[in-house]
Ligand binder design. Sequence first.
Ligand code: PLP
Length: 402
Amino acid sequence: MPPLSSRIARTELAATFAMAARARALKAAGHDVISLSLGEPDFPTPEHVIEAAYAAARRGETKYPPLSGTAALKDAVREKYRRDQHLDVPVENILVTNGGKQAIFNIVMAVIDEGAGDEVIIPAPAWAGYEQTVNFAGGRAVFAPCRAAQNFILQPGALEAAITGRTKLLILNYPSNPTGAAITAPDLEKLAAVLRRHPDIWVLSDDIYEKLLFDGHEYVTLAAVAPDLADRVVTLTGVSKTYAMTGWRIGFIAGPADIMKAAALVQATATSGVSTIGQAAALAALTGPQDFLGARAAAYQSRRDIVLAALGAIPDMRCHRPDGAFYVFPDISAFLGLATPAGRSLLTDTDFAAALLEEAHVAVVQGSAFAAPGFIRLSTATGEPALREACRRMGRFCEGLK
Ligand code: PLP
């Protein structure tokens, strides 16, 4: 076979996909598997959104889209950023992308030079997609450790310590995948103070879980808290998690003109823009009723509570309390070194997740996939009966370890 690029050799499929594939294989073989491995709302896309997509197709909105997004959607995004992000962004500085994921890809490709030692700071635990994209672009991911005792919030000292002369980009993600941690304005202010001392660093604020906040936590974002930094902050949102539209593949970024032009160029090179039907759907989502979002967040909060209570009853299982998103991220390090009744020894969180799947038929993702060994991630985007049963199985699994 002729050789493939070195870019491919350094890129791996995220472990979330691998675990979901193994869970599907066990299910197909007739096992009753409960999958808590994928970060995808279990609610359906709202009916009015589907109708809007259908109507757009019927109207003939089936031609190539404008590269950066349809005018109607970009206007709606501008209004959304004003309303939700408290940011006033001109439409020229807004880009509609194929999901949040392409937004990240565009920004990383726009700022990272291949093989030049360019570094991207990623607070860890972190969603695996960031490291994967940085590797693909030929940059270097530098993880800034965040501790459960500090609510998994990036501390100014950890940020300062991670910065070098090669740092090009910092990625922030609150509410966080996988920890569910949400940041406050004072904590953002502290990070802003560090960033002011380092004017050559771009920031990508991935706010894809902005609407999923619990216990009255308020959403805040860096560009609004520190407007003096807004000329180097790109703010990412989208419809995937908020409106249960993961399959429609629509995300948004807004930021300063130069980087947005570069991001649009990356996107034009790859995809010539975003599905017109998907954009019509996203427009309906942004401009339609928003009142059900509160009920959705409340549903996720009650699921979090169910899982926290159940995990809390498992001896030696420690778990931080997520403020948002739909993940719970327990520390399972107390079980490492033990073995299952079937004789599997659990040396790592990956062993733990694999054994939990094979022997208790619960699919989760190992913390190492999020640069956080010793943890596992459970997605709570599943109905309550399945969540309760999954926790019961986990409890029995842990009790059986010797
Ligand atoms: N950012 C984070 C933190 C995510 O968890 C995800 C999806 O899991 C994405 C971005 C990608 O979002 P999208 O599905 O819109 O591409």
